[in-house]
Design a protein around this ligand. Sequence first.
Ligand code: RIB
Ligand code: CA
Length: 311
Amino acid sequence: MPRKVIFDTDPGIDDALALLLLAVSPEIELLGITVTHGNTSQEKCLRNALSLVELAGISHIEVARGAEEPLVKELSVAEETHGDGGLGYASLPPSNKAISKVAAHDFIIEQVEKYPGEVTILAVGPMTNVALALLKRPQLAQKIDSIISMGGAIHYPGNATPQAEYNVFCDPEAFDIVLRSGIDFTLVPLDVTYKCIFTKEHLNRIDRARRDIKEFITESTRFYMEFHVKHQSIEGCAINDPLAAALLLDPNLVKSEDYFVRVDLMAPTSKAKTIADYYGALKEPANAHVAMQVDVERFMDLFIERMNRFQ
Ligand code: RIB
Ligand code: CA
């Protein structure tokens, strides 16, 4: 039975690759895509999501407009990382697909109440939409099956500040609300995603995909790779979001530890840091399965094999 998934995303180059992976994986029943601010503005992320579902051949999937801004802090965007359009050097034809009449957080509420206990939310951007759904309908937490979140950094340095990972940094209060919700929560932090460096050699192995798919992956990751080598001396690009998506297909790609994790909302220097209590010093029950090891080769093989399914 395919797994029911809501994809909450801020496309964004690696978000786009995760969306392609979901689109070509029969193990997933994609209930809808909810768009959040993050890598660029909500408007640009929404425009990208609408064009991406056309490219991926899933234009029947509902796409819902999400939060324009975080719950508390000012809006952040990462156009030096993803380009001012959000998809690097790739350009997709604009879509005339109708945007869902339902706002993202209401779409989440509707779908979870339609399928209580069955829906996984794959969240690969700031958590604003999910937090708004929980604030509006607190009892929703008991009806969401699980959340898989690309976010946080445990032993690894932050990529937004020295301490904070970008998705948490964009809306730390929202991430804190969702982490405290009691929902079965899997965290996929930079500790594992920065082991998954997509290189030109990996790109060359995507040699059977349809031309427009290959071109999109080439042009979007070309920008992303230029960012990584210039700012992080990495020859390639960290495909963070596709790893989180891949756990829906094979959870054994990672080894996880159960920790009590909280978001630092106080200290200015460590604001938005995800703090895992790995020695149990706080005597708090674990609230997250934190992916700490990854089988990189098996993940890359899976990703490449799935991209080559686009004919
Ligand atoms: O820190 C990496 C995360 O921030 C990824 O989800 C990327 O798309 C950006 O949203
Ligand atoms: Ca993202």
